[in-house]
Design a protein around this ligand. Structure first.
Ligand code: SAM
Length: 355
């Protein structure tokens, strides 16, 4: 396996005056959305994300962080409070697997109570959702993305290493019943789920959820990436159209979740929508509105680049609120025009940054 390194925190901590508009980047993009990884642990071992080989290899694999390195709930509240004061309105909790972080329901409640935060949402593998859907909804969660790559139980177990399809499907139904808006996420891969794209859509629509497909991205220094297996957004649309008829851009689709997915609908039935996250072939960086915070407090301005800056170090080093704002403004002003996955993959792991 390719030797992997932990993401290097390369951005120097800014000094000087507090920026006037810290969340406006140099390409006139405004940040309103913070993705927060709450743990680097996961109860699944997905083949394209963190297979057992990557999780176990002591030298080159994922290096799980000790609990003391993770941001506490109080630190998360403080950081999210600063972001909200600057204009962030939406927080997505992810991981790792966010539902394995002890106290996740309490964390959702705390995030939802931060003044200025209008939406708290989550990305999960759904394994623990049957029990958690109701309490998460009651705590203030409004929407949830559940990873679902296949409807074949054997294939599901093989992709996830440990997963249980029936449990995840029950979790999705529990989330719908609890009143959460639900999307499913499938990483589209040739030889894995390319024959299931239409059935994944139809199953999702039957359950009252929106299916989404993600183009596979080369994270982890490209160690798990095979360009031959990637399925482009155009190919996904062609497959769906060949069986279900023409797709049209879904009405009012982009503001639906403020994320990177582009939404399409069957021309014959606009209520049947699907989303595609085309990170490889149809970039969406021009209107990027996001930053990412890892479980250890590293702020990443882009999924496709390794540069990051530790907000945890500022907090634990008795930094002031202005120090945090300066750091956030520095990360935002250094935000690149876009990601390029062509010649160089980031060394960071999807499991660490949270997808
Ligand atoms: N454990 C949660 C889950 O399964 O949804 C949240 C974290 S997971 C890293 C977030 C999303 O990233 C999942 O939908 C997963 O399928 C996707 N993902 C993981 N590795 C990926 C890759 N290399 N390219 C594209 N998507 C990836």
């Amino acid at each position: 396996m390719t030797r992997l390194h932990l993401p290097v925190v390369t951005v120097a901590r800014p000094t000087g005056p507090v920026p006037r508009d810290p969340l406006l980047d140099s390409f006139a993009r405004r940040i309103r959305y913070l993705r927060v990884s709450v743990t680097d642990r996961c109860n699944y071992r997905c083949s394209y994300c963190m297979p057992e080989t990557l999780a176990k290899d002591p030298e080159s694999g994922v290096q799980f962080q000790p609990k003391s390195a993770l941001l506490t709930f109080e630190e998360l509240e403080q950081i999210v409070g600063v972001f909200a004061g600057l204009g962030v309105r939406k927080v997505r909790l992810t991981g790792g697997e966010p539902t394995v972080r002890h106290g996740i329901v309490d964390l959702v409640r705390r995030m939802a109570a931060v003044p200025g935060i209008e939406q708290v949402v989550m990305t999960t593998n759904g394994h623990l959702l049957t029990d958690l859907a109701e309490p998460l909804r009651a705590a203030g969660l409004s929407a949830i993305n559940v990873s679902l790559d296949t409807l074949d139980p054997t294939q599901f177990h093989s992709i996830t290493g440990r997963g249980d399809l029936a449990r995840v499907l029950a979790g999705i139904d529990a989330a719908v019943a609890a009143g959460l808006r639900v999307n499913t996420n499938a990483v589209a891969l040739a030889g894995i789920n390319d024959r299931e794209l239409v059935s994944l859509c139809e199953d999702a629509w039957r359950r009252g959820v929106v299916p989404r497909f993600i183009e596979h991205m080369p994270m982890s220094d490209g160690a798990l990436y095979d360009a031959e297996r990637g399925i482009s957004a155009a190919a996904i649309r062609r497959t769906v159209e060949s069986e279900l008829g023409p797709l049209v851009v879904a009405e009012g689709a982009r503001p639906r979740d403020g994320g990177p997915a582009r939404y399409w609908a069957l021309a014959s039935d606009p209520t049947r929508q699907l989303g595609i996250i085309s990170a490889m072939t149809e970039h969406f960086c021009d209107d990027c509105n996001r930053l990412r915070l890892t479980a250890t407090g590293d702020l990443h301005a882009c999924l496709g680049h390794d540069d990051a800056l530790s907000l945890r170090d500022i907090l634990r080093g008795q930094g002031s609120q202005d120090d945090l704002v300066r750091a956030i403004g520095g990360a935002v002003s250094g935000k690149r025009a876009g990601h390029i996955f062509d010649d160089k993959a980031p060394t960071k792991h999807m499991i660490g940054i949270g997808g």
